[in-house]
Design a protein around this ligand. Structure first.
Ligand code: ADP
Length: 346
């Protein structure tokens, strides 16, 4: 439509030019102007009109772009506001406040779709253990974290946290319970300190930030930054320094480290790394998070091996549960996937 409008504007300018030439024919016929003058005037008109048409199509294009932006903005402003969406996480609730998480026969399809992504999904997670959810891309691993963090309240079956339905928990309490690093983790173009501080806005001091930097191996990066923790990351702010993709990943993970949430979830923030490098990050994270419930989500099994318990997701259900050794001995889906991926880690 916008294309037609733009083309329409060029046609109109051509028509105007032809019209002017037509009008100038009258004084030419009655010899009020010479042929040379006529040609000069027509030429000048065409040039003028051509210049205007360039401008006009540029303006039309800008208008068309703004129109599209406005459509997005109005669609966004029409969205319903979820209750408690702007609430800050409840204060420090301590890592002991999470005993168990249980999914009982959960069925879920995304709004406006017909396929059940989770279809009779049941499992139980207990305090202080490390879990890995594995399964092929699209199996529904991220969907589990979305349900757990309260993003989609419309599911069938039951989700229990410490034996109580998730529906009884306020948004601020849920936010305090979970700290998640997603695959498309955010890169904030603010100072390194603030980037990590965002992981625990209820309070984290420079000492804890320094520890997190040390733990996640960002010390060398920090040493390179001209103003240390006060250096803006990215190239947007003045004096900003860009860091590599792997360093951004570590910054995102450092945010989770300073969080006091009792459950830390890594949802493939390392997908851009090669499988061996990914395993190293997960191993580091597992070591730092000792004594805290953690969930690793990955479709690459080298990282899963480190978990106390592995849950294999297939067709919307948990198909297998057990340690790496249990599942290998069982010779099922996990063992098959592991064999298929073995060469990645050779
Ligand atoms: P995984 O994390 O295992 O790769 P996901 O949980 O991201 O899988 O996705 C499971 C399925 O749900 C996929 O088929 C995906 O296309 C679909 N899906 C994910 N998010 C949405 C959404 N917002 N709306 C509709 N379908 C979605």
């Amino acid at each position: 439509m916008n294309f037609i409008k733009m083309k329409g504007s060029s046609i109109i300018t051509i028509l105007v030019a032809v019209l002017i030439a037509g009008v100038l024919l009258i004084p030419l016929r009655s010899k009020l102007i010479t042929v040379g003058m006529f040609m000069g005037l027509v030429n000048a008109c065409f040039n003028l009109v051509q210049m205007m048409s360039w401008q006009l199509s540029y303006v039309m294009q800008q208008l068309a772009n703004n129109n599209e932006y406005l459509k997005d903005l109005s669609a966004f402003s029409m969205l319903e506001e979820a209750e408690g969406a702007n609430d800050l996480p409840a204060g420090d609730i301590g890592r002991d406040s999470l005993d168990s998480i249980e999914f009982r026969d959960v069925r879920f399809k995304y709004p406006g779709t017909v396929r059940y992504v989770l279809d009779g999904c049941s499992f139980r997670l207990d305090r202080s253990k490390h879990y890995a959810f594995v399964g092929i891309n699209g199996a529904g691993k991220t969907t589990i974290t979305k349900l757990l963090t309260g993003l989609y309240p419309d599911f069938e079956g039951e989700i229990l946290i410490n034996g109580r339905s998730i529906k009884e928990y306020s948004q601020s309490r849920l936010k305090a319970l979970f700290s998640v690093v997603y695959q498309d983790f955010a890169k904030y173009y603010i100072t390194l300190r603030d980037n990590i501080f965002l992981g625990n806005i209820n309070g984290v001091d420079d000492k804890r930030i320094a520890e997190a930097i040390e733990e996640i191996d960002l010390s060398e990066t920090l040493a390179r930054l001209e103003k240390g923790l006060d250096t803006p990351l990215g190239k947007i702010l003045e004096g900003g320094t860009d860091i590599s993709g792997g360093e951004w990943q570590r910054v995102a993970i450092a945010r989770t480290l300073v969080s006091n949430a009792p459950l830390h979830i890594l949802d493939e923030p390392t997908a851009a790394l090669d499988p061996v490098a990914e395993s190293k990050v997960y191993e580091l994270f597992g070591r730092i998070s000792k004594g805290r419930m953690t969930v690793f989500i990955t479709h690459r099994l080298g990282a899963a091996k480190l978990a106390d318990e592995i849950l294999v997701l297939k067709d919307g259900k948990i198909a297998e549960v057990g340690s790496h050794d249990d599942l290998m001995a069982r010779g099922g889906i996990y063992a098959e996937m592991f064999e298929a991926q073995r060469s990645w880690y050779a």
